[in-house]
Design a protein around this ligand. Structure first.
Ligand code: ATR
Length: 285
């Protein structure tokens, strides 16, 4: 991709370890170029132990901001001068703006997911939701779903203690085990099922041993996967075959990126239009 650089061009990047596989530079530079913004978005590997030193270097080098992926999202929390409500609530930062050498931390993951759901016509308010997973992405999704007014949220995770810890956030949350019988029982009264585990993801995410628990899910329920590559996981393919509305994780990925760019540029952006543009550039299949 060709990006025009000027002496005034402001620097943004994504940091992580590993990070070279990240789609963020392609998404952000596509949008930056389409809007004619004077920014460039780079990819910067940063080792976990190097984070404080890198933050000082980013300030000195005049970075306008950056996004963060594993392993930095939690570590960034205590290193910020200010945090937004979502970053505080999740204990995780995915977007940092640098202004006058001060660090402002945000988390756009939960908002990105909720916006993607609403854009699919799925309003979680008043719904009974089952969430598979209790890792970083699941936490943002779980807490945003509670804020959006779900009636109940059952978290099924391989490591039950992690699900139980998440449930301290709200009385509407409870846990179930991750074995086939428990999953079947949990989904049998659900209006919405979300997979927040890495199962189904290309590149070593592993696969569900068995997705037959979907047969117990009421037919009107929607099924969402936070995985976006492949575009259709085995879980979504089976759900679709059973007649459920399905949604993959691409909308969340793109929306959280657009919301991050809104923070960097301090402007409101046309989310659906830019999402379509970036989706086209990614060409996920
Ligand atoms: P992310 O930031 O993408 O959420 P993560 O924090 O590492 O990544 O979380 C990965 C999620 O996938 C966790 O819920 C994890 O379950 P554990 O908490 O038990 O580790 C889940 N996961 C990963 N591999 C799994 C597997 N083989 N079976 C079931 N769950 C799995």
């Amino acid at each position: 991709m060709k990006v025009e650089l000027k002496n005034t061009t402001k620097k943004l990047c994504v940091i992580g370890d590993p990070v070279l596989h990240s789609k963020s530079p392609l998404i952000q530079n596509t949008i930056i170029s389409a809007l004619g913004l004077d920014y460039i978005y780079l990819c910067q590997p940063v080792k976990r132990e190097e984070l404080p030193r890198w933050l000082a270097a980013a300030k000195a080098a005049g970075y306008a901001g950056f996004n963060a992926t594993m392993p930095h999202k939690e570590d960034l929390v205590t290193l910020m001068d200010e945090l937004d409500e979502d970053a505080k609530c999740y204990g995780s930062v995915n977007t940092v703006c640098i202004k006058n050498s001060k660090l402002y931390g945000y988390n756009t993951d939960g908002r990105g997911f909720l916006r993607a759901l609403l854009d699919e016509g799925i309003d979680p308010a008043g719904k009974r939701v089952v969430l598979l997973g209790a890792g970083g992405a699941s936490k943002a999704v779980a807490l945003k779903l509670v804020q959006a007014g779900v009636k109940s949220l059952v978290i099924c995770n391989r490591t039950e203690e992690k699900a139980a810890a998440l449930c301290a956030y709200s009385d509407v949350m409870s846990t179930e085990l991750f074995d086939p019988a428990s999953l079947r029982r949990a989904v049998s009264t659900a209006d919405l099922l979300v997979n927040g585990t890495s199962l189904g993801m290309d590149g070593g995410g592993g696969q569900f041993d068995d997705v037959s628990f979907l047969e117990a899910l009421p037919k009107a329920a929607a099924v969402c996967d936070l995985v976006y590559y492949p575009a259709q996981t085995e879980l979504l393919a089976r759900a679709k075959a059973l007649g459920h509305t399905t949604m993959n994780g691409l909308g969340m990925l793109l929306n959280q990126a657009i919301f991050a760019l809104e923070h960097f540029t301090e402007t409101d952006l046309d989310v659906p239009k830019l999402r379509a543009l970036a989706e086209n550039a990614l060409n996920v299949s």
